[in-house]
Design a binder for this molecule. Structure first.
Ligand code: GLA
Length: 653
């Protein structure tokens, strides 16, 4: 099943958000109906945090209130994205199943009072979750209002309890087979960690000093697989009663407890929640960063923006007030890159509870407010884009992303805490975004043949298969940039011997890294081409690569910093330091040129082709003439120029 069923049902793109009518009384519901029509809402997510109402005591379900809301929404022309409420177990759950509560690495058991208080490995939690998913699907599987199933909310919770320990051991048995293989993989010969019984193997709980890196990495992998198993279980329970698509909302961009490639394969289509944590141009770039990842995790198919904010979120999320026009720009930014609509968290701003200050479509001030008026305008704009639904985006450039590499770069005991994985990934994507290039993300073991250029900004861990794949990509004509400290460990977290990176990749890059030399945070290192390196440097040798720039001082003076290697039909580049934005932009510009990737729009114009439509977002203050007059879906008329800070969606001839 795909997003197609949903958009056929909606007759266009989805627009709406999380709807929590249980927080309000009847007169408000009547107003909601009227306001939803005004805002052109056609999809509402219902039930995400309603477990306590749906199952007031264990095993006793009460769905009468939900029947009424679903019928009302349906009568009002609003389809329902029905959620299973399993991200927030009610207080009775704590009392009945204390063993199913999450335990932190320090051994502290958490209780209800917030949300996400469960252990995904606890049988009592899994049973309760499966039962309520099944009860909901049985009752609403064929309900005319239900267009989509929303399992859980933002899987991401890890637990270190005894249930988690037992499940971790089972997972390790599957992965490693024998205890000897586990001991070998984790290098337990060091610090006398050799295991002689499976029962002694634990999650990485609080310990005296550094954890074993293999154990830490395997625990992250296990955590993601456990969440996926919990998702599948609910999905399958729903499928037994319903033929509507099933998904779960993934939190992007900063959460990293899941292997999102694996989730992408299991969801009927990908949905994400996205809250940019910087204002202005940075927020626009971050929107593209989230959207490009969402599309890529779903294999290029259309996906759906399940949540965004209309304004501030709360201090911890660092989401600042949005300026007038931002809601439209962010919405179009997502739709341009493949989202079949835009939903918000949440419909009506709560008057009480933990997210009282989280912005919403209908703010505390009510519908007579800037925000509601803006959302209404955005709803009209989205309705005019119906013909775009279902179309796809193709990219010529990819950035490599691998959860294993991310997790590996967060273990204890690395030579430097800088630069971190997520920053590097964003930096690479941002340089391409600034250059006006639409980017996919890809896994190092994916077929990369369709990309002219591939950037590998942060592959500290690289499997043998990944290294061979990258080498093949270059040999067959690709241009690849690999950045510092990539391929330094294999899939077991064991250091590559004989020089970094992994042997197959060394061949494609024509270099051999001997020694990482992290820099202090305030230190800079100059390169012979005038660029400045920060955070990291490496002592390396060119085997048969060409040195494009070398270091100019200190013990690395005269040593290569940036290299280029003609290998087979392509080129492998290696950068052994971290360049500032401007220097990195210059390098990326050169790579784009060498790879033959051309951009047609002036800087500041974000242009994305989706199917037969071109989305244009002018982030600058100048008027930009169009090469030819075109029909703009947003205004419904011909357009000859893009106004300052204006947006357009052009139907291409
Ligand atoms: C997530 C959740 C919502 C809400 C928002 C806050 O996306 O799914 O319930 O907490 O974060 O931004």
């Amino acid at each position: 099943m795909t997003a197609r069923e949903l958009i056929e049902r909606l007759g266009g793109l989805a627009f709406g958000g999380d709807y929590n009518p249980e927080q309000w009384d009847e007169p408000v519901w009547a107003e909601d109906d009227e306001l939803m029509r005004r805002a052109r809402v056609n999809l509402a997510t219902v039930g995400v945090f309603s477990w306590a109402l749906m199952e007031p005591e264990e095993g006793r379900y009460d769905f009468a209130w939900l029947d009424a809301h679903l019928d009302r929404l349906h009568a009002n022309g609003v389809a329902v994205d029905l959620a299973t409420p399993t991200a927030s177990p009610p207080p009775w759950f704590t009392k009945a199943h204390p063993d199913a509560l999450p335990v932190t690495p320090d051994g502290v058991q958490l209780v209800h009072g917030s949300r996400d208080t469960y252990c995904l490995a606890a049988p009592a939690y899994r049973d309760a979750a499966r039962r309520i998913a099944s009860a909901l699907a049985e009752r609403y599987g064929r309900h005319p209002a239900v267009a989509l199933w929303h399992v859980h909310n933002e899987y991401a919770t890890l637990c270190w309890c005894d249930h988690a320990a037992a499940a971790f051991r089972d997972w390790l048995r599957d992965r490693h087979g024998t205890l000897d293989a586990l001991n070998e993989a984790w290098g337990t010969a060091f610090w006398s960690q050799r295991y002689t019984s499976w029962d002694d193997v634990l999650p990485p709980r609080a310990t005296q000093w550094h954890h074993n890196p293999g154990q830490t990495l395997d625990f992250r992998r296990f955590g993601s697989d456990l969440a996926l198993a919990a998702y599948r279980e609910q999905r399958d329970a729903i499928r037994a009663h319903s033929d509507r698509p099933v998904t779960t909302n993934l939190m992007l961009p900063g959460y990293q407890n899941l292997d999102l490639w694996a989730f992408g394969r299991e969801l009927d289509f990908v949905t994400i929640d996205h809250y940019p944590d910087r204002p202005g141009l940075d927020a626009a770039a971050d929107t593209a960063f989230g959207a490009d990842r969402a599309r890529s995790f779903g294999g290029g198919r259309p996906w759906l923006l399940m949540e965004q904010g209309t304004n501030t979120v709360y201090a911890e999320r660092r989401v600042l007030p949005k300026d007038p026009g931002d809601i439209l720009r962010h919405t179009l930014g997502h739709i341009a890159r493949g989202s079949d609509g835009a939903l918000f968290f949440q419909w009506r701003q709560s008057k009480a509870g933990a997210e009282t200050w989280h912005s919403a479509i209908v703010p505390h001030a009510g519908p007579d407010s800037r925000i509601f008026r803006e959302v209404t305008e955005v709803g009209e704009a989205v309705a005019r884009l119906a013909e775009v639904a279902g179309s796809t985006v193709t990219a010529e450039v990819a950035v490599l992303h691998d959860a294993d590499a991310w997790w590996a770069s967060e273990v204890d005991g690395l030579p430097s805490p800088d630069p971190d994985y997520h920053t590097r990934l964003r930096h690479a994507h941002r340089a391409l975004w600034d250059a006006g290039v639409v980017t996919d993300f890809a896994h190092p073991e994916h077929d990369l043949g369709r990309y002219r250029l591939v950037l590998a900004p942060a592959l500290f861990l690289l499997s043998d298969a990944g290294a061979a794949n990258l080498s093949r990509y270059v040999a067959e004509g690709g241009t690849l940039l690999v950045q510092h400290f990539s391929g330094a460990v294999d899939e077991r977290m064991q250091a590559r011997l004989g020089g970094y990176p992994a042997p197959a990749l060394r061949e494609a890059l024509g270099v051999r890294v001997e020694e990482p030399r992290p820099l202090r945070r305030d230190e800079r290192i100059t390169l012979s081409n005038g660029a400045q390196g920060t955070l990291w440097s490496e002592s390396m040798r060119v085997e048969d690569a060409e040195t494009v720039a070398s270091y100019t001082h200190g013990m690395l003076a005269g040593r290569p910093a940036l290299t280029r290697h003609a290998f087979g039909a392509g080129h492998g580049w290696y950068l052994s330091t971290v360049l500032d934005t401007t220097d990195y932009a210059e390098l990326v510009g050169r790579l784009l040129e060498e790879a033959g990737v051309v951009t047609e729009w002036p800087p500041g114009v974000e242009a994305v082709t989706r199917g037969g439509w071109q989305f244009l977002l002018n982030h600058g203050g100048d008027t930009v003439p169009l090469p030819q007059t075109a029909h703009d879906l947003l205004t419904g008329g011909p357009l000859t120029e893009l106004p300052p800070h204006g947006c357009a969606v052009l139907r291409m001839p």
